[in-house]
Design a protein around this ligand. Structure first.
Ligand SMILES: Nc1ncnc2c1ncn2[C@@H]1O[C@H](COP(=O)(O)OP(=O)(O)OP(=O)(O)O)[C@@H](O)[C@H]1O
Length: 263
């Protein structure tokens, strides 16, 4: 649970954040810190409150209680535009890409460099530069998005968010439905985004992916914080924090292994 000796103030700090939908308490008393240059995985079972938390940070939902501080100041994220403007970008699972448009057009959709005279060359150069910096494997920026793989689409969606120069990027299940190679591509990309100094919030059900890139793993259970872990934590510890059960298939397998090795 230690914060690995980090001295810098978090970019994003949530304290006592709660959200009620009528009689349903979706989130209760949530604490979350996100620092520059770290990947924080947000994990939890179905209904744990991950989506609700993401939507609060994306300005879609307003919390019913609690405070959100961004760069040391209390803020109100009362619309998606406000969150983006402040520097919190979200890549939702649907990616919101235009299939028939090419990569450059998708990257600059809605924020073309010059609204009066679209400078195609400038946009293309900027697109290439960014994708090269991210070591993204996109065959051509003039390729329509429809012909790209799942991993490449995720890359385009992430790159598009980066053009707004955010401080925090939230990725909602970025590797869901991706194959092994494409997943590796997206995980590499997440590391590059972290190396650019952004705080990354990764929502994922896949513990292997989470362990591969996350600096900290924040577990939510039934709308509450249920522990903060690192990639070194055992699978059994994580599973029991997620499910609330200390006795489960993973812990039994682990106990058997320990017995066999005599450790
Ligand atoms: N708009 C809403 N109206 C009423 N209840 C809601 C609403 N959104 C979420 N909830 C409830 O809040 C709780 C948390 O849901 P949430 O979708 O945030 O969980 P989750 O961790 O994202 O789950 P999943 O992995 O299934 O998406 C659930 O009990 C859910 O039914």
């Amino acid at each position: 649970m230690a914060e690995s000796g980090r001295s810098a103030e978090p970019i994003l700090k949530l304290r006592g954040v709660s959200k009620q939908f009528g009689a349903v308490q979706a989130l209760a008393d949530i604490e979350l810190d996100i620092h520059a240059g770290e990947v924080v995985a947000l994990v939890g079972d179905n209904g744990a409150g991950k989506s609700t938390l993401v939507k609060i940070l994306a300005g879609v939902h307003q919390p019913t209680a609690g405070t959100i501080e961004f760069m040391g100041k209390p803020v109100t994220l009362d619309s998606p535009g406000k969150a983006l403007e402040m520097g919190i970008a979200t890549v939702f699972q649907d990616l919101s890409l235009c299939e028939n448009l090419d990569v450059v057009s998708n990257l600059f959709l809605g924020h073309e460099l010059s609204p009066w005279r679209l400078d195609e060359v400038q946009m293309e150069v900027r697109a290439w530069t960014l994708l090269r910096e991210l070591a993204a494997r996109i065959p051509s920026v003039r390729e329509p998005v429809a012909s790209l793989s799942g991993g490449q689409r995720q890359t385009v969606a992430i790159a598009r968010s980066l053009l707004l120069d955010p401080k925090i990027i939230m990725l909602d299940e970025p590797t869901a439905a991706l194959g092994v190679a494409q997943t590796a591509e997206v995980l590499n990309l997440i590391e590059r985004v972290r190396d650019r100094g952004l705080g990354v919030i990764l929502i994922s059900h896949n513990m292997e992916d989470v362990r591969a890139v996350a600096d900290r793993i924040v577990v939510l259970r039934l709308g509450r914080n249920n522990g903060i872990f690192t990639a070194d934590s055992s699978n059994a510890e994580l599973v029991s924090a997620i499910t609330g059960a200390t006795e489960n298939a993973v812990s039994r397998r682990q106990a058997r292994k320990l017995e066999e090795t005599g450790a």
